[in-house]
Design a protein. Structure first.
Length: 118
């Protein structure tokens, strides 16, 4: 499956929405006290007997001055059943991988500590 869409923008939009759902105060600007940066390294769905989705990010939290407080490589994954070659199954796999990624990010002790540093 190929797309002409802006894949990093898609991940940013949906990851931001998930982090807001979890309860984090997230804005789409770099003017905050803390800046969350992410570099997309993997965006993949493999179809076999099941759909296996994976999104990999290099994530960092910096102060507004640019000083890095924390960084990590994170991966969100999914494992879904679905009929072969159905676009909805690919979408579900990516959506579930974003949810998993957001949960891992929000649950990371280093990420939480970086947000709390004063």
């Amino acid at each position: 499956m190929y797309t002409t869409s802006d894949v990093p923008a898609f991940v940013r939009e949906h990851l931001t929405a998930q982090l807001k759902t979890i309860g984090l105060d997230v804005a789409a600007s770099e003017s905050g006290e803390r800046v969350l940066k992410a570099e997309l390294g993997e965006f993949w769905v493999a179809e076999g007997k099941r759909y296996h989705g994976s999104i990999g990010l290099k994530v960092s939290v910096t102060e507004a001055s640019g000083k890095e407080l924390w960084s990590a490589l994170l991966n969100g994954s999914s494992d879904n059943f679905g009929r072969s070659l159905k676009p909805d199954n690919y979408t579900e796999s990516i959506s579930d991988a974003v949810q998993d990624l957001a949960a891992k990010l929000a649950g990371s002790p280093g990420f939480r500590a970086a947000l709390a540093k004063k």
